[in-house]
Design a protein around this ligand. Structure first.
Ligand SMILES: N[C@@H](CCC(=O)N[C@@H](CS)C(=O)NCC(=O)O)C(=O)O
Length: 234
């Protein structure tokens, strides 16, 4: 049994070269980002086509990325020589850059600006250009499933569900310590509940793990302090 065969995704997309990084993707912009990086680095990799006609929602694919989106990878030779499964193209780019010591800026001064522009893409360019593409051809009198409010509601509910599952039986999102993964997400979940008052609409009320986790995050003195920094009445 190779290390890879422990990953259910390999039953549907078998590895011909189990020593290589396994790439599960489709050539959309987010997919191309990772393929381009793999080509640039010269790392040995094996691409698997995941058709976006529902294959990304198959049980096998979800076992690697519960968020049903390409790209995702498994590096059979990850940190400490152990296999590393990873999704989210930005995280994969950072991982491959650190693994190869390349494309993270020419020196330490450039590292954080590189990450800044990567986040600019992940948080701004990708979601906004992508949503533009979703609605570009929408018939304004009959939006049907393309109605933006329906799409954003459904997608937000789906993401809440992914988060809830990720927090099953866990205090924190990753490992056993509070991390920037928790810090980045809880203020948005709180915003859904307290600012948008959309806890029911976006599935937070039924997401028991997220609700518990939000309370734990918000109980931290630093979190409580952060709610009024800078003082909005100041
Ligand atoms: N934030 C994710 C976004 C990935 C993403 O949106 N992938 C699209 C293709 S570009 C996808 O797989 N969509 C299928 C779906 O949503 O069901 C990343 O950067 O990896």
């Amino acid at each position: 049994m190779t290390a890879l065969s422990a990953f259910p995704i390999t039953a549907r997309w078998p590895a011909q070269n189990p020593a290589a990084i396994q790439l599960y993707s489709f050539p959309t912009p987010n997919g191309i980002k990772v393929s381009a990086m793999l080509e640039e680095t010269g790392l040995d990799y094996e691409p698997h086509l995941v058709r976006l006609n529902g294959e990304q929602k198959s049980e096998e694919f979800l076992s690697l990325n519960p968020n049903n989106k390409i790209p995702a990878i498994i590096d059979p030779n990850g940190p400490d020589g152990k296999p590393l499964p990873l999704f989210e193209s930005g995280a994969i780019l950072i991982y491959l850059a650190e693994k190869t010591g390349s494309f993270l800026g020419g020196n330490d001064d450039e590292r954080y600006p590189v990450l800044q522009w990567l986040m600019f893409q992940m948080g701004g360019i990708g979601p906004m250009f992508g949503q533009f593409g979703q609605y570009k051809d929408a018939d304004r009198t009959d939006l049907g499933e393309k109605d933006p409010r329906t799409r954003y509601t459904n997608e937000s509910r789906r993401l809440m569900g992914v988060l809830d599952e990720a927090l099953e039986g866990k205090t924190w999102l990753v490992g056993d310590a509070y991390s920037i993964a928790d810090i980045a997400i809880w203020p948005w979940v709180r915003g859904v509940r307290d600012f948008y008052k959309a806890g029911d609409e976006l599935g937070l009320t039924e997401a028991k793990n997220v609700t518990r986790w939000l309370e734990t995050c918000m109980d931290r003195p630093a979190s409580q302090k952060a709610l009024t920094i800078p003082d909005p009445d100041g």
